[in-house]
Design a protein around this ligand. Structure first.
Ligand code: SF4
Length: 254
């Protein structure tokens, strides 16, 4: 009570220079001058055939290094001019298990390698828990260049890059693809649902003349943000299902 009384008294004791009725209005701040809105310049991919390889050039690449060689100068979408390094992907060129994420982040852009930051460390741990090493798998992303501020690639950017990812998959011929996050699931399997709903349900992706089983799960960056037992259990169940599918499909009795 003492405190309240003191506080009330303090408020009452604030001197008023003039009675409220005759006090002039405070001067108004000057109105901001409206700024002209400049529309974002439309991105025009260069017509240079080296910068933007044709679908025929991509299809003719007979190995992963050859594919990387023909697409590494790509400027086909607005992400190209802003990249530090092109992030093609890495791992076993004949991997049975392939991971596809959304796009490179800051660390990946600096190093030119996929999943090398905190999310990459977690992915490595998850791969290790399956009894595999990172280099036993293949790791790539939907887009090969970093979206600014690590934002999610737009559907247009992902689609501009999709032909490269398809050719990568055709060359690797994985037994199973695990998609990390919503973007690769949408682009590869055409599933528009949120990942929380879609994860853990087998899908198929048609690449060339093959249909490859696809297991959607959460992106490791999401797992780091939502580090709950429920999320970790869900990811573990999805990865285990993928590994068991490979083991079963490739066992001599299959
Ligand atoms: S993200 Fe893909 S399509 Fe866009 S510039 Fe990079 S390589 Fe080309």
């Amino acid at each position: 009570m003492g405190l309240v009384r003191e506080s009330t008294q303090a408020v009452k004791e604030v001197p008023s220079a003039q009675p409220a009725a005759t006090r002039p209005d405070p001067p108004r701040p000057p109105r901001p001058t409206p700024r002209a809105v400049t529309p974002a310049a439309a991105y025009a991919p260069p017509s240079d055939p080296i910068g933007c390889p044709t679908p025929g050039t991509v299809a003719a690449a007979a190995s992963l290094p050859a594919l990387c060689q023909v697409i590494q100068g790509c400027l086909a979408c607005p992400l190209g001019p802003g990249r530090m390094k092109f992030v093609f992907g890495e791992g076993d060129p004949s991997a049975r298990l392939m991971f596809v994420g959304e796009g490179p982040g800051r660390d990946e852009d600096l190093q030119g390698r996929p999943f090398v930051g905190k999310a990459g460390e977690l992915l490595d741990k998850m791969i290790g828990a399956l009894g595999l090493k990172r280099e036993d798998t293949y790791i790539a992303n939907c887009v090969k260049c970093r979206p600014p501020d690590n934002r999610t690639p737009t559907p247009e950017e992902a689609r501009a890059c999709l032909g490269y990812l398809h050719r990568q998959i055709e060359l690797i011929q994985p037994a199973v693809i695990v998609t990390l996050g919503a973007t690769p699931l949408r682009e590869l399997a055409g599933v528009p649902e949120g990942i929380t709903k879609a994860r853990g349900q087998w899908r198929r992706v048609k690449v060339g003349d093959r249909e490859i089983p696809l297991m959607p799960t959460f992106h490791p960056a999401y797992v780091l943000r939502q580090y709950t037992q429920e999320v970790r259990r869900a990811v573990w169940a999805d990865l285990k299902a993928a590994k068991e599918w490979i083991d079963k499909a490739e066992s001599p009795e299959a």
